[in-house]
Design a protein. Structure first.
Length: 115
């Protein structure tokens, strides 16, 4: 089982990034996919989640209207499109797959928003 995030980096305030999460080793289409983030000295925060079919999504208030979660079950990929980035979005972003008692995590990708 593996989840591999990519797409993080350094971006200026107001900019955009698209994070990707590549899944392998499990039946991706069964799982709810989530993106979490953790800033230095803070607890891990749920940013967005999407149901197994991709028809329903939910966002933290702090990112609503700026971030969009999506998935491609055929490619076993999940995405997080992040627009209008702010300095407070700086964190390590983690991909998570969850179904029943099964819970998998990626290694994280750093997003830094700074001028």
């Amino acid at each position: 089982v593996q989840l591999v995030e990519s797409g993080g980096g350094l971006v200026q305030p107001g900019g955009s990034l698209r994070l990707s999460c590549a899944a392998s080793g499990f039946t991706f289409s069964n799982y709810v996919m989530k993106w979490y983030r953790q800033a230095p000295g803070k607890e891990r925060e749920l940013v967005a989640r999407i149901d197994s079919g991709g028809g329903w999504s939910h966002y933290a208030d702090s990112v609503k209207g700026r971030f969009t979660i999506s998935r491609d079950n055929a490619k076993k990929m999940a995405y997080l499109q992040m627009n209008t980035l702010k300095s407070e979005d700086t964190a390590v972003y983690y991909c998570n797959a969850n179904w029943a008692s099964y819970d998998y995590w990626g290694q994280g990708t750093q997003v830094t928003v700074s001028s």
